[in-house]
Design a binder for this molecule. Structure first.
Ligand SMILES: NC(=O)c1ccc[n+]([C@@H]2O[C@H](COP(=O)([O-])OP(=O)(O)OC[C@H]3O[C@@H](n4cnc5c(N)ncnc54)[C@H](OP(=O)(O)O)[C@@H]3O)[C@@H](O)[C@H]2O)c1
Length: 274
């Protein structure tokens, strides 16, 4: 029996580190993706200790950079010969509008573009390892999101940048992306589902509350439960294009189920790929 391989982005913190631990406990070889060596080096031994497993590897990727995402995917493919589960989990919620090295607004880049780009780069590995799963961590806040088609970079009124609204918008993009991805993958034995992990005290809102950075918060473990369920439950083997909350299938918002919007967003995003 081959060893199953999983990737968790944002695996060095918050819900992600508990997702790494949970998958390792279930016997996966898990690639913890961190944006910095320093935070990864702190998180890796903690995750191994809590999982009681050595099958966790650290790899680096700056998800605000399409070049770095591509480099990560290439080096992943050199190291591993299969990919069973991809958990797109990393996200940001900055206080002020910031722009990535590629020139994109940071939440659009990390919360949406990176999900799309990383999945696109790894899709051949996922297909070759099928049955396999793509798990996109969204939020119940997707229901407050809207797609500003003429201002996806929130650039028109930078002084009035509303971080929370932009966050909601990108979480809506996660569900739209998942739905179109699932449609395109129909029949491939690769599933794609989105989820809300619960409301968990993590580093996500630290710029607002000015709290300190915490690598592993014992109280955040339950935040990984739905990601682990969607990534591994045998009951979901052929389930795709769905939205989960509290390890149960739920209906996403009406705008999130708009397949015309999903296709439109896909086309715009695909055109941004180098
Ligand atoms: N916490 C909640 O209540 C809640 C509710 C609904 C949905 N969610 C979703 O849950 C997921 C995980 O969030 P969390 O709450 O666990 O937050 P978190 O503790 O801040 O974790 C986010 C992770 O993403 C990483 N990340 C951010 N920007 C990155 C970049 N440019 N390149 C590479 N990695 C980057 C962070 O790295 P650093 O450690 O270096 O910053 C961190 O590892 C997100 O998708 C979020 O939208 C959370």
């Amino acid at each position: 029996m081959h060893e199953k391989v999983a990737i968790v982005t944002g695996g060095n913190s918050g819900i992600g580190i508990w997702t790494v631990i949970g998958l390792a406990r279930l016997g996966f070889r898990v690639v913890m993706v961190s944006r910095t060596q320093e935070r990864g080096d702190i998180a890796l031994p903690l995750a191994k200790e809590h999982a009681q497993s050595d099958k966790i590897d650290l790899m680096l990727a700056e998800l605000g950079s399409l070049k770095s995402i591509c480099a990560f995917a290439d080096s992943f493919k050199r190291r591993y010969d299969r990919l069973d589960v991809l958990v797109n989990n990393a996200a940001v919620m900055p206080e002020h509008r910031r722009v990535t090295e590629d020139g994109y607004e940071e939440q659009f880049a990390v919360n949406h573009l990176a999900y799309f780009a990383l999945t696109a780069h790894l899709l051949d590995w996922l297909k070759a390892s099928a049955p396999s799963r793509i798990v996109n961590v969204s939020s119940q806040l997707h229901a407050s999101g809207r797609i500003e088609w003429d201002d996806l970079q929130s650039a028109h009124h930078p002084q009035a940048y509303n971080s929370r609204q932009v966050y909601c918008n990108t979480k809506l993009m996660n569900v739209l992306f998942t739905n179109e991805l699932a449609r395109q993958l129909d029949g491939s034995n690769v599933t794609a589902n989105a989820l809300h992990p619960g409301v968990i005290d993590t580093n996500l809102s630290r710029e607002r509350r000015r709290g300190g950075y915490v690598t592993l918060n014992p109280n955040a473990e339950h935040g990984a439960a739905t990601s682990l369920y969607v990534a591994t439950s045998p009951a979901l083997e052929n389930v795709t294009g769905r939205y989960f909350d509290n390890s149960r299938e739920r209906e996403s918002s009406a705008p999130a189920r708009d397949m015309d919007a999903a296709k439109r967003l896909w086309k715009i995003t695909a055109d941004l790929m180098p």
